[in-house]
Design a protein around this ligand. Structure first.
Ligand SMILES: Cc1cc2nc3c(=O)[nH]c(=O)nc-3n(C[C@H](O)[C@H](O)[C@H](O)COP(=O)(O)OP(=O)(O)OC[C@H]3O[C@@H](n4cnc5c(N)ncnc54)[C@H](O)[C@@H]3O)c2cc1C
Length: 407
């Protein structure tokens, strides 16, 4: 994300430019409440921004863009339950050390740790493995500022409202604090190996159920898969070699072994800007989709050298979770910023849809509101909760209306 100049804001991938009426950076929750109340009274639209790492135009608005980056830090870690109360503007990379000092760690993390907590919860950001789910699944309690400027707390005792709020795309209000379930601090042993494509699929199916986290990357230019596993260990650290190899190379994923505390192992450096489309598919159909995607890329898009990522996730209960009701595999396609991606991503999407896929909310997709409604049967329930919490649609935007909210 570039630093905001005047009223122009750009996301990390530079595919979304926003010209809001104002960009506000509240330093306290009281200031945030005042800004929301005043904007709502004026009839302005309000959107929050975390780190701007979404590829979808989720932060686009002509109204007020709320940058939460000054509201950061861990407020408390409950020694009995391990639950951590964290301000929503906290970047994930700022969580590892203080949680570790309290003997705790996040149960799972994604590919990078640059995002803000409010952003990863709001979009269902996830890592790999069925042992622990997405950030939306790791939340046990949420506090948000409503359109009236009031503070509202939602947790499991609120039933459907909590299932809706776990992944709400910023449509319910501005998250201020989240309580996160943590686990005792653990070390991970990362191992990678390169295999021909079909062997990668077979090895993944065999290995994934028995390890903590597994994923593979398929590098199209070399037609090679790199299988990565993470397993808990008490062994002495073998720190990471800090080097990012270029996109498309096998070396970008095939690395020397790493043993370290979990929060140092999960995140990678991803400095070369790209755009991405990701779908979540039923575990059983995902390998078929992956084979079709490989054939399609090799025949129609041989110039797309960015690797395809294949991960798993447990089924989750958030109303808008792409994994709702089913253990899943996710397949992500990438393209360099500045290179053509539209036709390639549309063709990939068609394959994923034919295999019962659902899109990642923070990434690119081409679906109509009607098509999204068919994929997320609990959208009407989500919409009912949204209307209860924000009847005037202060937190809606063109992007969310395009997804079918507020209609
Ligand atoms: C290099 C890179 C790697 C990535 N790796 C992964 C990965 O491994 N797994 C994965 O699932 N995704 C991944 N993503 C996608 C990314 O994690 C999500 O799009 C995520 O939402 C970005 O977090 P953010 O803090 O940048 O949120 P933003 O993009 O800033 O915002 C996302 C949404 O959250 C809302 N929001 C943010 N803060 C608040 C708040 N306080 N209150 C209410 N709403 C709020 C915004 O309004 C918006 O709707 C990756 C993206 C990039 C660029």
């Amino acid at each position: 994300m570039t630093a905001p100049t005047a009223n122009i804001w750009t996301n990390w991938a530079h595919n979304v430019d926003v010209r809001p009426r104002s960009i506000e950076r509240p330093a306290t929750i009281d200031e945030l409440r005042r800004i929301v109340r005043d904007a709502a009274r004026r009839g302005d639209e309000i959107r929050a921004v975390g780190s701007g790492h979404s590829f979808a135009p989720l932060c686009s608005t002509s109204g007020v863009l709320l940058d939460l980056s000054l509201l950061h830090g861990i407020e408390a870690v409950d020694p009995a339950t391990g639950e951590a109360i964290v301000l929503a503007g906290t970047k994930l990379h700022a969580l590892g050390e203080p949680l570790f000092a309290a003997g705790r760690a996040l149960a799972n993390q994604g590919d990078i740790d640059r995002q803000a907590l409010g952003g990863v919860i709001s979009t269902g950001t996830h890592g790999t493995g069925r042992v622990a789910g997405s950030f939306s699944a790791q939340v046990t309690r949420l506090e948000l500022v409503t359109a009236e400027g009031d503070l509202l707390t939602i947790d499991a005792r609120d039933g459907e409202r909590f299932r809706a709020a776990r992944l709400a795309l910023g449509a319910f209000g501005i998250l201020t604090r989240a309580t996160i379930a943590t686990v005792p601090a653990y070390k991970l042993h990362e191992r990678t190996r390169a295999l021909p494509f079909e062997e990668t699929l077979a090895e993944f199916a065999e290995t994934e159920p028995g390890v903590r986290n597994a994923e593979f990357w398929w590098a199209p230019k070399h037609d090679v898969g790199v299988l990565k596993t993470l397993e808990e260990t008490d062994a002495a650290p073998l720190p990471r070699e800090a080097r990012e190899y270029p996109p498309g190379t096998v070396e970008r994923y095939l690395k020397p072994e790493i043993i370290d505390w979990s929060w140092r192992v999960y995140p990678n450096e991803r400095d070369t800007p790209f755009v991405e489309l990701e779908y979540t598919l039923p575990l059983a159909t995902a390998p078929l989709a992956m084979r079709e995607l490989r054939d399609m890329m090799r025949t129609r898009y041989p110039a797309c050298i960015w690797a395809v990522e294949y991960r798993t996730q447990p089924g989750e209960d958030a109303l808008l979770s792409p994994t709702a009701g089913r253990d899943s595999a996710t397949i992500s396609v990438h393209q360099a910023v500045g290179q053509p991606w539209d036709r390639f991503f549309r063709d990939a999407e068609a394959i994923f849809l034919a295999h019962d896929g659902r899109p990642h909310w923070g990434k690119l997709q081409f679906l109509s509101a009607e098509a999204i409604g068919n994929l997320y049967p609990e959208r009407p329930l989500f919409e009912r909760v949204r209307k209860e919490l924000d009847p005037k649609g202060v937190f809606l935007s063109d992007c969310l209306r395009g997804f079918g909210f507020g209609s």
